[in-house]
Design a protein around this ligand. Structure first.
Ligand SMILES: [Zn+2]
Ligand SMILES: [Zn+2]
Length: 388
């Protein structure tokens, strides 16, 4: 039996070997029906019906699944009226977004499907972690110190400098413990945000005091002043004298009290936050003043083969003593004799044993024992005397 609903042609001798009970099932007036009648083949008629058409709704495709077009079929005979066709899946529609990394928190590049929200991590942006400095410790030089930074992330990779700006604060002065020299890295751009800071060190510069360390002055009946010409590499200079008769003020001006002869040590100190402390000792020796030779008088000594002269001079109350020098040489270049007179109050001295008919030249100076050493004044003007 054949079900010849849609048979359009049948060839000659098609059913030649079929058995006697061969029938054709078909609709009336169909081609198969006509063929069966013409060839005397028994026919079973099928009853024709109106299809009960049911719509097969379209199924929309999504990111990962295929869809179907709208179709229809007969609910009675299941005959497909309009075939549903497969619609391919759309695939994801990804959009990239970046979450910036910041110190302490990694960032990431993520692609998210705008349709189904499917999320895929493309890459991790590791958080900035450390700042290395080209130089971590400087000496103060009055200028801004700007060590070069190398910034690394949590994986130890260098972060390119195009991702940040660098600022420096408190980067000139030394010795500032409250506000240390600081370098701050502020992140910018599409991958990083936030900032990292670290401090570095500026040490005090070396310091040196330059200027004369020894002064020799002469005592005076008036107070006298002079300036210490002391210079420091840096910092304020201060002065401290160990002798109340020699005062030093804050400008380095030294004032020697009237009639003072002796020694003073002035301790000069310089330094501040930026310069180390430098000290220098300045020794000031004040020689005693000279005295005036008042007179040199020849005194005749009767019945003596040798002559004598007596000299007198002005008193210098603070002198340790006096030194008299006499010579037959007017410029004291040879043949000098020296006589010391101890004590300030002695103001005359007789010199004996002098050759007669000879002219002697005489001069006097004072001395003071300062720190165990005799310090002499200048010589007085000389006077001459002829021994008779
Ligand atoms: Zn049907
Ligand atoms: Zn999707």
């Amino acid at each position: 039996m054949i079900d010849g609903n849609e048979v359009k042609s049948i060839g000659y001798g098609t059913f030649w070997l079929c058995s006697d009970d061969f029938t054709i099932k078909c609709y009336e007036n169909s081609y198969a029906y006509d063929y069966a009648i013409a060839n005397d083949i028994p026919v079973i008629l099928k009853s024709k019906h109106e299809h009960y058409i049911v719509t097969d709704p379209a199924v929309a495709p999504n990111c990962t699944k295929t869809g179907l077009t709208k179709g229809s079929h007969c609910s009675e005979c299941n005959e497909v009226i309009v075939e549903q066709k497969v619609v391919p899946s759309t695939g994801h529609t990804y959009k990239k977004t970046t979450t910036k990394a910041k110190p302490g928190t990694n960032g990431a590049v993520v692609k998210t499907c705008t349709v189904c929200k499917d999320e895929v991590t493309v890459s991790t942006i590791y958080a900035p972690k450390t700042i290395a400095l080209s130089v971590a410790s400087y000496k103060y030089n009055g200028k801004q110190r700007k060590p070069v930074v190398t910034v690394k992330d949590g994986k130890g990779n260098v972060i390119a400098s195009s991702n940040y700006t660098v600022t420096y604060t408190n980067n000139i002065n030394a010795g500032n413990t409250k506000t240390k020299p600081t370098v701050k890295v502020t992140f910018k751009g599409s991958k990083y945000t936030g900032s990292l800071s670290r401090t570095f060190t500026i040490n005090k510069a070396t310091n040196k005091l330059t200027g004369a360390a020894v002064y020799t002055k002469t005592a005076s009946i008036k107070a006298q002043s002079f300036k210490l010409n002391m210079k420091a590499t840096g910092g304020k200079i201060t002065y401290k004298s160990d002798n109340k008769n020699v005062k030093a003020d804050s400008t380095g001006k030294v004032t020697i009290a009237k009639n003072f002869s002796g020694k003073a040590v002035i301790t000069v100190t310089a330094g501040n936050n930026n310069y180390k402390t430098a000290t220098k000792k300045v020794t000031i020796t004040v020689k005693p003043a000279a005295v005036t030779l008042k007179s040199v008088k020849n005194t005749t000594v009767k019945n003596a083969s040798k002559g004598k002269f007596t000299i007198t001079w002005n008193k210098l109350s603070y002198a340790t003593g006096y030194q008299i020098q006499y010579s037959a040489n007017s410029s004291f270049k040879s043949g000098n004799k020296t006589v010391n007179v101890k004590g300030a109050s002695t103001v005359s001295k007789a010199i004996t044993g002098l050759a007669k008919n000879k002219t002697y030249y005489v001069r006097i100076r004072t001395y003071k024992t300062i720190a165990g050493k005799n310090v002499f004044s200048a010589w007085s003007a000389k006077k001459s005397v002829k021994i008779k």
